[in-house]
Design a protein around this ligand. Structure first.
Ligand code: SF4
Length: 244
């Protein structure tokens, strides 16, 4: 594949040009373009090792098993998620998965009782997700997310390329449906996160994830009963410098 002619400044116009130019690319082709041609050595996959994560991880492993994968361990995750991370890393032979954790001093100061999620979930996500990711992304020009339009009304207009604070976000699965995800799992015989079969189609932290009822959005179990719908990684500026 030839390197593109355009210079990427990470601004909205560049993102919209990329989205228009590569809209016909399937996710695998788009990923290869992003990893090998657009941002070689300067792009990371941010993965929650959640319900759908095996799809992008598998695609990336087919391109470069050493591509950087960033995983945020908020220290409130289900043990099943940590086990799934280890299972997928071994199965896909990924060699560059970095587990990020919140700063211990900041946690001791702002969330000593580990209960911030109840009183101020935005502050909790900022401390446990946004800040660690922002720091880890400092060395990258672009990152890959697993978000999809069908997941929730708030993601219905998700483009293939976005920009945020001068960094490009690539969403290769934006147009995929739940059926596309299922078909990919079947075609490649990928293992499922063990909580999916228990009614969790979207999996985050233990205190903020509940089972989803038939007919609800896949993300309806996240922060149930609260106005909050995103963790802040995708809506707030990345200070110090984020499926999921
Ligand atoms: S999802 Fe809940 S527990 Fe996890 S970081 Fe956000 S508020 Fe805290």
């Amino acid at each position: 594949m030839n390197a593109p002619n355009e210079i990427l400044f990470g601004d909205a116009e560049a993102a919209s040009q990329l989205a228009a130019k590569f809209s016909a690319f399937d996710p695998q082709k788009l990923l290869r373009l992003a990893i090998e041609d657009l941002f070689p050595g300067r792009i990371a996959l941010v993965s929650s090792f959640g319900a759908d994560s095996a799809v992008l991880l598998h695609m990336v492993s087919k391109i470069d098993k050493g591509a950087p994968v960033l995983f945020i361990d908020t220290l409130h995750l289900f043990p099943e998620t940590l086990a799934y991370r280890d299972e997928l890393v071994a199965r896909l032979k990924l060699t560059n998965v970095k587990t990020l954790q919140p700063d211990a001093d900041a946690l001791a100061k702002a969330d000593p009782e580990k209960f911030l999620w109840a009183s101020d979930p935005d502050a909790c996500c900022h401390l446990r997700k946004v800040l660690p990711l922002a720091k880890a992304l400092e060395g990258y020009e672009a990152w890959i997310t697993g978000r999809k339009r069908y997941q929730a009304e708030t993601r219905a207009a998700l483009p293939l390329f976005e920009t945020e604070n001068g960094r490009v976000k690539v969403n290769p699965l934006a147009a995929w449906s739940g059926a596309d995800i299922e078909a990919y799992f079947d075609r490649h015989q990928l293992p499922k996160h063990s909580l999916v079969a228990k009614g969790y189609p979207s999996i985050g932290c233990i205190p903020c994830t509940s089972q989803v009822r038939p007919g609800e959005d896949a993300r309806a179990g996240r922060w149930r009963g609260r106005a909050k719908v995103e963790c802040g990684i995708h809506v707030a500026p990345l200070y110090a410098g984020s499926d999921i």
